[in-house]
Design a protein around this ligand. Structure first.
Ligand code: SAM
Length: 277
């Protein structure tokens, strides 16, 4: 059988991945981006924005568990959680696994990403029906600047740092996040591939280090993001995010206490990368 294919065109990556396509389920231009959902023989349903793969049904849990569960377990009692971006609902699903969460606010710029996830990705978007979920359709940086609300954990689950997501990687934005975080607050940001974006990652770490007491970097192996060795920058006001403040008692497929501890970059490698040794 002849397959069509989808070739990524990621301006932030030096490599192009190509996926076989069984069937296109949705292709349209939203106010903000090109949106594509297709079925792939290998990965199940796939979401792409502006020709950059965002998630696949078959491996999304690696990314969504790791962007959420590390901070959720490093904080002793996360009750108010803010997710910026994440319109597919995967990060929200992970956060809401925790019974002590009273409210999880998701601030997504593009309401059509949410709508498409509800239609095509029920295992992610079922989280939107949880009564503790609050969905706001606006720019995450504007929300932080205007809302005056405070949070225990803030998770930035954005697209690559170009276009509307660029502001989410600025020092001004990190300072606003620090103001919005409570005393024990933790901020997590997806920061691209350790193979391809080392200078970018070091830049984020430096900016965060000028604001937060503890800044660190952990990674997850991802089959479907260009560069594969994906990083998360984590910044904390009180607790060392390498330590679990609570035992692991939510259902996960990849995340575990061992994974939490081993996900962080060895200190020697971290220091070398940051030019500190
Ligand atoms: N897991 C994905 C990845 O790393 O490739 C991210 C997926 S999620 C769908 C990213 C979302 O961030 C998109 O839906 C996009 O609309 C949203 N986004 C980008 N910039 C934003 C901003 N400034 N405020 C709120 N949401 C934003």
């Amino acid at each position: 059988m002849k397959h069509f294919s989808f070739r990524e065109d990621d301006p932030f990556s030096p490599i192009r991945y190509e996926y076989e396509v069984d069937r296109v389920l949705c292709a349209r231009r939203t106010k903000y981006q090109e949106l594509l959902v297709f079925e792939s023989p290998q990965w199940g349903r796939v979401l792409a924005l502006d020709n950059v793969l965002q998630l696949t049904e078959n491996d999304e849990y690696y990314y969504h568990e790791m962007i959420s569960q590390v901070a959720m377990h490093a904080h002793p009692s996360p009750q108010e959680v803010l997710i910026i971006g994440g319109g597919d609902g995967g990060t929200l699903r992970e956060v809401l696994k925790h019974q002590n969460v009273k409210r999880a606010s998701l601030v997504e710029l593009d309401s059509e990403v949410i709508a498409v996830s509800k239609e095509f990705f029920p295992t992610l978007s079922s989280s939107f029906a949880d009564p503790r979920a609050r969905i706001l359709e606006m720019d995450g940086a504007e929300f932080l600047a205007e809302s005056g609300e405070d949070f225990d954990v803030i998770i930035v689950d954005s697209t690559d740092p170009v276009g509307p997501a660029e502001v989410l990687f600025s020092k001004e934005f990190f300072a606003k996040a620090a103001t919005a975080l409570r005393t024990e607050g933790i901020l997590v940001i997806q920061t691209e591939s350790l193979h391809f974006h080392r200078d970018f990652i070091c830049g984020v770490q430096q900016k965060l280090g000028e604001i937060f007491k503890t800044v660190d970097l952990y990674t997850v192996p991802l089959a479907t993001y260009a560069g594969n060795w994906w990083t998360f920058s984590i910044a904390s006001k009180t607790h060392d995010p390498r330590d679990l403040a609570r035992s692991h008692d939510v259902p996960t497929r990849y995340y575990s206490e061992d994974v939490h501890r081993h996900a962080f970059l060895p200190r020697s490698l971290y220091n070398k990368m940051m030019g500190e040794d």
